[in-house]
Design a protein. Structure first.
Length: 334
């Protein structure tokens, strides 16, 4: 187990070094001059040179890279051109909203996807055809189109769910404990505030989870059909165990192992999908922050988001690897 963890940690360190190299290179090759953006479009060349000197952009690239990594290790990601705040401060403010959205999207994707996959594999026939159609369709639906469709149907037509934001206008957010409104509202015992925050997160989370639903459903169905053909399932049937017990206690528990890997991989896709979803639903998270940074050529903010997302993705996949070891001890032998 220790060797397994050491290999994973070494791999993570190598990936993070690669991420720093890529982000550093991108920051230097993209069009535009960060010093000019900070100084202002009307600033003289002398002022721009002073800003460039203060940023260390006049030094050799190797020296700049060492300073860049040192700043990352100390949590310094530069200053945002748009907000004029340290990027670290902005990320701390925006990240909880995105994390809450992703967690609910993963929950919706796992529950609905597992239900469709299990139902399709268990009953077969027309139910399987319907389940596979839903799964395939969810993988092909454009996120921006679905977001607008959900807003039109649930907000404009049925008036059941809000069209955007994290809370209703005029509602005071809960005190920041975790940064997740639904969790903080429950910790404070404010049920009405929890329900309001939950109503606002349903549509964007469901929109974000649609692709995951299809992938999980297909994975569970294929895994269930494979497990049901194993010898120990036939032995359980020969012993006279009830089919429901065989299906859910013996087959399903082993069929869900691949879902763990799928969920880890889907985390990165969900993060990338938040830019469109958060923009459409006016969700104040990293996606909206990234969209604003791209439109304003705010390089420090863009690179900061890239670093945070890369680190989060790597550690989530490491967590998935460790969890898989406990679920399937055979992995320890590899």
């Amino acid at each position: 187990m220790i060797r397994f963890l050491l290999r994973r940690v070494t791999f993570i360190l190598l990936v993070l070094v690669g991420v720093t190299l890529i982000t550093f290179a991108l920051e230097r090759v993209v069009p535009g001059d960060p010093a000019r953006l900070l100084a202002g479009t009307r600033a003289s060349q002398k002022v721009v040179n002073e800003v460039k000197k203060s940023l260390g952009l006049n030094r050799p690239l190797l020296s700049q890279y060492v300073s860049y990594v040192n700043s990352l290790l100390h949590g310094h990601l530069g200053t945002s051109i748009v907000t004029r705040n340290p990027v670290t401060h902005d990320l701390v403010q925006y990240f909880p909203a995105t994390l809450e959205l992703i967690l609910y999207a993963m929950l919706f994707g796992a529950v609905i996807g597992i239900f469709i996959g299990v139902t399709s594999a268990r009953h077969g026939g027309k139910i399987d055809v319907v389940g596979q159609t839903v799964a395939t369709s969810s993988l092909s639906i454009p996120v921006f189109w679905l977001a607008i469709l959900l807003q039109m149907f649930f907000y404009s037509r049925l008036h059941l769910l809000p069209s955007g934001g994290r809370l209703a206008v005029g509602v005071t957010p809960p005190h920041t404990i975790t940064g997740l409104y639904t969790v903080d509202a429950l910790l404070e015992g404010k049920l009405s505030l929890f329900l309001d925050a939950l109503q606002h997160v349903i549509l964007p989370a469901l929109c974000l989870a649609v692709a995951e639903i299809g992938l999980v459903a297909k994975t569970v169905r294929a895994s269930m059909l494979e497990v049901l053909g194993k010898d120990y399932i036939r032995s359980a049937q020969a012993k006279g165990l009830k089919s429901r017990r065989i299906y859910f206690r013996h087959a399903l528990r082993n069929a869900l192992l691949p879902v763990v890997t799928v969920m880890g991989l889907e985390f990165g896709l969900l993060v990338s999908g938040t830019v469109l979803v958060e923009t459409i639903f006016s969700w104040p998270g990293l996606g909206s922050y990234t969209d604003q940074a791209i439109n304003s050529s705010d390089y420090n903010a863009i690179m900061g988001v890239t670093i945070v997302v890369a680190v989060a993705y790597v550690f989530v996949n490491m967590l998935v690897d460790v969890l898989y070891v406990y679920l399937d001890p055979r992995v320890r032998l590899t």
